[in-house]
Design a protein around this ligand. Sequence first.
Ligand SMILES: CC(C)=CCC/C(C)=C/COP(=O)(O)O
Length: 300
Amino acid sequence: MSSPRRNIEGRPLGACAASTSSPGSPVHGGGGGGGGGGSSSRFEFQSLLNSRTPCADPTCARLRASESPVHRRGSFPLAGTNPSQASPPLLPEEDRLDLNPSFLGIALRSLLAIDLWLSKKLGVCAGESSSWGSVRPLMKLLEISGHGIPWLLGTLYCLSRSDSWAGREVLTNLLFALLLDLLLVALIKGLVRRRRPTHNQMDMFFTLSVDKYSFPSGHATRAALVSRFILNHLVLAIPLRVLVVLWAFILGLSRVMLGRHNVTDVAFGFFLGYTQYSIVNYCWLSPYNAPFLFVLWNQQ
Ligand SMILES: CC(C)=CCC/C(C)=C/COP(=O)(O)O
């Protein structure tokens, strides 16, 4: 929301004084009982508020000029004409606010342009006729390996078969992690509403309505979350650990290669999944803090 413009004294700045105002009007600080000298800035303030027509007087012209983008930065000479009233050369408040967004805006736009360009370049399996179209079936197999349904069903199945407390505890937390992931990804997708790349074919297996949006990649969040979870809670030999990390990385890359996502969707997905694991670890469910859950599993 833009704040009302202010003059150098921090007062609200409306449009300029009317060139149509009579010499006796308060605009000129003359006549009508208006004061000269010491009270001129008060009249200037009134005139700024009361008129939106172009101005002729030089003080007002300077005020107008200060509002133009060319003059905004570093233009301070807006104080009253009396040198004793000169304010310190501070940037008007709205100028200080505007400098950052414009820099951020340029940086973001550049990042998005690079993102779109790179994603299009990497989308080599986006269709059967694409340059790597023959690898598409393999990429789609990878897609299923990171889909929410197999992970949820697999975890529930293992939970029903688990006969140790330790196993149940780990699986309960994996289930919690998967559900939290689905919720957060759906929430962010619904809020951000970034469309999938135009070269994507929407032929994905079992999607939710928010999955028409691409930011962040749900497969990437799951890949990061699940792989971090596995590495921390399963005792695996080194080659298997490397395989888990490779799976997560290739799954993320395959989202861009299939044309499902832009690079930033996947990058943010990895970050989100990594962070989600920290949340799950922080809220770790155990028979001590969530006994009802474990009693429930026991009754199965
Ligand atoms: C229906 C369930 C349980 C999960 C949906 C899984 C899904 C289709 C996610 C979309 O992933 P991307 O955002 O990576 O395309």
